[in-house]
Ligand binder design. Structure first.
Ligand SMILES: Nc1nc2c(c(=O)[nH]1)N[C@H]1C(S)=C(S)[C@@H](COP(=O)(O)OP(=O)(O)OC[C@H]3O[C@@H](n4cnc5c(=O)[nH]c(N)nc54)[C@H](O)[C@@H]3O)O[C@H]1N2
Ligand SMILES: Nc1nc2c(c(=O)[nH]1)N[C@H]1C(S)=C(S)[C@@H](COP(=O)(O)OP(=O)(O)OC[C@H]3O[C@@H](n4cnc5c(=O)[nH]c(N)nc54)[C@H](O)[C@@H]3O)O[C@H]1N2
Ligand code: SF4
Ligand SMILES: [Mo]
Length: 693
């Protein structure tokens, strides 16, 4: 009998918690959180269901090349050599015809994307994108517009906070284990919790103050809070003098947005907003007004996030302990960062197909704007995009109006899916390259900033059960066939030693605990020591960069339309037991939560003679789905909420097939509806009809 303990990293969602895996005779016996990490061995339900993913045969088991029409589900089983030869051959042909820029790549983001970005550099295409237009792009750009920094350059220091405001954030169900634990630590130490949502979530149930607001009115709410802070002098004047630019313009702008105004818009009490502003001011600067995470919801979502950062700025909490302190890089703590794979090759000089960096000068070039790259596939403007590799990404489930996406993709000469589970995207692809699940692959070393920066990595706990490969093996295999020696790695050790070169950290160091902390103590800066990256070096209430790109910094609030009779505003979010669309067929998690339901308000349901548990038909955009109604007074009457990720229709996923409804299908023309200055899609700008079945 052989037994071993392997430090690794969970892969059931992109949070990537550190884990310790007990392996016996080549099988996983137990997974726990890495006991060396500050998480003290914690894992969420999805993390615990990892072995079920490994054991599941309902996933792509070998490479496949399509033999029927796209989406028909007819495949030829091929060897890895055949599959990689085929993809590399096609890529070569298309790159010769249109130049390397014709290749588009997208992934799911996260700490290991340097490998993917490195591959795109290696082939010479500027068109690397990630999923973020359907997630947090608005937060990222809102943060840049106020502070000049990336959103992850600011830490949420929950455990030292005195007041935490969660707006459009359901921390206790949309889980990041470290975050859940530090919010609980903060609450245990006396932090007040305020929750602003359109429905009562688990997070709301733990809150001291809960505002159930009318969907899409958060911007009005935030402007009223700013109004109170400024007009009652509740903001941090010393901090403002040091760091805030254009405060007077902000003051004048918020004049009309009184608490009474917001109360009418949002359907909450004016005096509760007044009280909230007072409470925040008392707790300042140890306040976190969360700027949101999944904010691809409304046309003004960028401004909701932006005003959240502005409120934090007025309270002096940007940079403060117990607020949003600045993350440290290895360099900040006197160490060297890992060497990046993207630096192996020069940056392509070509313009990006999505327009970022030239047509759109304010937006970050890193992960670009995927829906705009799809537009380029469709129009051929600015140039032909003919090949697309979706790696660990399922845009047909994750982006609005999948019918429209399929029509655009039909113009591609090559569509490749690299994935560990079946997905709508893989099913529609020309080639499926099956990736090993996280327990049977290793990953590159990742570097994480924070109060204490660290390096961490994933080891392979098991050998792959089927003919699947690690991401680095797949991309190296393609590079080799494309004749790019510099990216054709023969072993993961070669990559690791390149990455660690010059850092003073060895693999043996990483093996001791599964990660290496680069600083002993958290690093907080004094208020005078802060540094921001805006053109002015200040926190910009009026953003120079965004104004120059043609976007207002402080636009007038526009009241969202209320749905007509019989219709609801579509709303969505997460549940603790599933990750997006890709765990719905997991045997253990499917048992816990097999299908989504439609939350609708009791009074509305009564008028429509719908009772709790009745089957209803929800429809829009030529799609209708049958779904059970969850009738509750704990949701705003204008909204119909469903957990995202359901409505699978693939015969190869017997547990998920036919269960629940896909929210994305109910968003006609959704690829063109966005919060333009943030680049995030606006997926809650749609009404759906609901009828009793
Ligand atoms: N309508 C609507 N659309 C949404 C959302 C919504 O709530 N409503 N949510 C949005 C959000 S927040 C996001 S982040 C995106 C997510 O959208 P995606 O990134 O597309 O979703 P995932 O299901 O996380 O992962 C996609 C694929 O990656 C594969 N995969 C391969 N390896 C791994 C791995 O190691 N880990 C993980 N996690 N997956 C792997 C999975 O098999 C899966 O098929 O969708 C967004 N789209
Ligand atoms: N269990 C689990 N955890 C996850 C994930 C997962 O798939 N499963 N995914 C991870 C990812 S990729 C992300 S991005 C995060 C997302 O983390 P969150 O953004 O916190 O999660 P969501 O559930 O998408 O949305 C949060 C809340 O927004 C509310 N909401 C909807 N419309 C409005 C509105 O108009 N105003 C206000 N104030 N609230 C509104 C919803 O009711 C929901 O409760 O979760 C991460 N953690
Ligand atoms: S939050 Fe849960 S699923 Fe995500 S990485 Fe951590 S343990 Fe895994
Ligand atoms: Mo996300």
């Amino acid at each position: 009998m052989s037994k071993k303990e392997v430090f690794s990293v969970c892969g059931m969602c992109t949070v990537r918690c550190p884990i310790l895996v007990d392996v016996e005779d080549g099988e996983v016996r137990f997974i726990q959180g890495n006991p060396n990490s500050p998480l003290k061995g914690a894992l969420c339900a999805r993390g615990a269901a990892g072995p079920a993913l490994e054991a599941d045969a309902e996933r792509p088991q070998h490479p496949m090349i399509r033999t029927g029409a796209r989406g028909e589900g007819k495949w030829a089983r091929v060897s890895w050599d055949e599959a990689l030869d085929h993809v590399a051959g096609k890529l070569k042909e298309l790159m010769e015809r249109h130049g390397p820029r014709t290749v588009l790549f997208s992934d799911r983001g996260g700490p290991f994307v340097d490998l993917h970005q490195g591959f795109m550099r290696a082939i010479g295409s500027p068109n690397y994108c990630n999923h973020d237009v359907s997630c947090a792009r608005n937060v990222q750009h809102a943060c840049r517009s106020v502070t000049g920094l990336a959103r992850t350059d600011l830490v949420y220091d929950y455990s030292n906070a005195k007041h935490i405001v969660l707006q459009t954030r359901n921390i206790f169900e949309a889980i990041n284990v470290a975050e859940v634990n530090s919010v609980l630590d903060g609450i245990a130490k006396g932090a007040e919790l305020t929750c602003i949502d359109i429905r009562a979530t688990v997070t709301a149930s733990k809150a001291d103050n809960f505002f159930m607001i009318r969907p899409g009115t958060d911007y009005a709410f935030n402007l009223a809070v700013i109004h109170e802070l400024l007009h009652k002098g509740l903001y941090d004047k010393h901090y403002a003098e040091l760091w805030i630019k254009d405060l007077d313009r902000l003051r004048t702008f918020v004049e009309p947005y009184s608490p009474e105004f917001a109360a009418r818009e949002c359907g909450v009490e004016a005096k509760a907003i007044v009280q909230l502003a007072k409470d925040l001011s008392k707790a300042a600067p140890h306040v976190i007004w969360h700027p949101g995470w999944m904010t691809a919801r409304y046309k003004d979502s960028f401004y909701v996030s932006r005003t959240a950062y502005i409120i934090n700025a007025l309270l002096g909490s940007i940079g403060a302990k117990g607020g949003l302190p600045l993350a440290s890089t290895p360099k900040d703590v006197g160490r060297k960062g890992i060497k990046k794979l993207v630096d192996l090759f020069p940056k392509p000089e070509e313009k990006r197909a999505d327009g970022v960096g030239w047509k759109l000068p304010a937006h970050d070039a890193g992960p670009g704007l995927l829906h705009k790259a799809f537009e380029a596939i469709d129009t051929g403007d600015p140039y032909p995009v003919s090949a697309y590799i979706a790696m660990r990404h399922d845009p047909l489930m994750a982006m609005p109006d999948p019918d429209a996406i399929r029509r655009i993709w039909d113009k591609l000469d090559l569509l490749v899916a690299v994935t560990f589970s079946w997905s709508d995207t893989a099913w529609y692809a020309d080639v499926v390259l099956p990736m090993s699940p996280y327990l049977s692959r290793e990953s590159i070393i990742a570097q994480k900033g924070g109060l204490k920066p660290q390096f961490f990595y994933r080891q392979r706990a098991l050998q792959p059960r089927f003919e699947t490969r690690a991401d680095w093996e797949i991309l190296s295999g393609l590079a080799e066939r494309l004749g790019i020696e510099g990216f054709a790695f023969k072993s993961i050790e070669d990559i690791w030693s390149y990455q660690l070169d010059g850092t003073g950290v060895s693999m043996a160091d990483l093996d001791k605990k599964g990660f290496v902390g680069l600083a002993a103590d958290p690093r907080y800066l004094g208020v005078e020591e802060l540094k921001f990256a805006t053109p002015s070096g200040k926190l910009e209430m009026v953003s120079e960069k965004w104004e120059k790109a043609g976007y207002e910094s402080l636009p007038v609030y526009v009241s969202p339309e209320s749905p007509p009779a019989g219709k609801f505003r579509i709303a969505f979010g997460r549940v603790g037991t599933h990750t997006q669309g890709h765990t719905v067929n997991n045997p253990l998690l499917n048992e816990q939560f097999p299908e989504n339901t439609l939350w609708i308000n009791t009074a509305k349901a009564k008028a429509m003679e719908i009772k709790d548990g009745d089957t209803v038909v929800v429809s829009s955009n030529g799609h209708s789905g049958r779904i059970k109604a969850f009738v509750t007074e704990f949701i705003h009457p204008e909204a119909a909420f469903m957990v995202h990720g359901f409505g699978h229709r693939l015969p190869v996923e017997t547990r998920a097939n036919g269960k629940g409804v896909s929210d994305n299908e109910l968003m006609p023309g959704g690829l063109g509806v966005e919060s333009a200055p943030g680049g995030g899609l606006a997926m809650q700008e749609f009404f759906v009809s609901v009828q009793k079945a």
